[in-house]
Design a protein. Sequence first.
Length: 141
Amino acid sequence: MCEIFIRANPRSYNSESRSLRLHGVATSVRLEHLFWHVLEDIAQRDGMRVTQLIERLYDELLQYRGETGNFTSFLRVCCLRYQMLQVDGRIPADAGVPLRSLDARAVLRDLPDLLCESQADRSAPHHLVSDSAPFLGVLRE
């Protein structure tokens, strides 16, 4: 069993820091190469650069939650969610289908609690309503 995991190319789990600006503030994000690759795939689906995707995710998370918490971990979870939703057939494997064109409610319908916050769990009074809602899997009201 372990051979499936230990034979991963070491480059895939080597970390890389990338400098970027979030609303004019210089910062850096350190992720493993494999996560950068998945973020590039996600960004390309909607015609964005990775830095644009990261800024959009940051903004929407901040607006939805009021804080960003451990944003690097959030990015890793986004990558895993993206791949899990693809494997489950909820996000088309065809990279030509933009994520913004998907119905977030349909994508998220009946997911286990660990993967999706239910409407009842949401503590803030209002949900984010945005054309880019599928990135975070945010429900529209």
